[in-house]
Design a binder for this molecule. Structure first.
Ligand code: KIV
Length: 272
């Protein structure tokens, strides 16, 4: 029996580690609101990430930088209220942990206390080691995030594939080992060569979840608005769209508008 099914009540870090050990792939999607989280929990998604991509897909910002800790907590509360089984991870937003481990600890505690989420995620490797250690010392599970780290977009300059060069690949590999050694329960790898994704997943005993990191990782994560086709102008190679909800919702809204304007809605049966 699969590790996730055996412990069908709730996904925990322990279940996620058992899944890796048994070679059972881990499914992860982002979620930012109650209604969507309820559907994704019912679908059996293992991890829901309250990602700072909310800054893009919920608030319409160009980058993830503007979203605040308070806004992340609001989204996390909505998601946590919806789930029965899924493990909920929340991104620490830009400016809430970098360069100040006390601030990092306070941010992580605020998220855990006020939202009831199960873990936090931070972007970066050796440069955020103090913050990660401090949060872990409070008993808060931490997920790492390496490769393309969107909070550093102005350092990178582009959203292109990361770690194609040997030096950057080597640093990523060492950062992954470091995050595991200091106690992270899992790591996300974003937009890196598939060979490197596989190499990291094989070297680590904690789960490695990829987004644009190839098929050799222990699981996959996508932004839910992208995989459902609610966003339509974002088309990276790694994205598989399962629906075209932009068109589906647009057609429904057009029909509704026509019905209102023509006076055919509400009908006799739809009024008191
Ligand atoms: O914020 C987010 O959606 C993420 C995923 C891309 C992993 O960090």
């Amino acid at each position: 029996m699969s590790a996730a099914k055996k412990e069908a009540k709730r996904i925990t870090t322990h279940v996620l580690h058992a899944m890796k050990e048994q070679g059972e792939k881990i499914s992860m999607l982002t979620a930012y609101d109650y209604s969507m989280a309820k559907i994704l929990d019912a679908a059996g998604i293992d991890i829901l990430l309250v990602g700072d991509s909310a800054s893009n897909v919920m608030a319409g910002h160009e980058t993830t930088l503007p979203i605040t800790l308070e806004q992340m907590i609001y989204h996390a509360q909505s998601v946590v209220r919806a789930v029965e089984r899924t493990f909920v991870v929340v991104d620490l937003p830009f400016g809430s942990y970098q360069g100040n481990s006390t601030k990092a600890l306070n941010s992580a505690i605020a998220i855990m206390k006020e939202s009831g989420a199960h873990a936090v995620k931070l972007e970066g490797g050796a440069e955020i080691e103090d913050s990660v250690r401090r949060i872990l010392s409070a008993g808060v599970p931490v997920m790492g995030h390496l490769g393309l780290t969107p909070q550093s977009i102005y350092k990178f300059g582009t959203y292109n594939v990361r770690a194609k060069e040997e030096a950057e690949a080597q640093k990523l590999f060492e950062d992954a080992l470091l995050l595991q050694e200091i106690g992270c329960f899992a790591i996300v790898l974003e937009k890196i060569p598939a060979t490197l994704g596989r190499k990291v997943a094989e070297a680590l005993h904690i789960p490695v979840i990829g987004i644009g990191a190839g098929n050799g990782t222990d699981g996959q994560v996508l932004v839910v608005h992208d995989m459902l086709g609610i966003t339509k102008d974002f088309n990276p190679r790694f994205l598989r769209r399962y629906l075209n909800l932009f068109e589906t919702i647009k057609v429904a809204a057009e029909q509704y508008s026509n019905d209102v304007k023509s006076g055919t809605f509400p009908s006799e049966d739809e009024q008191y």
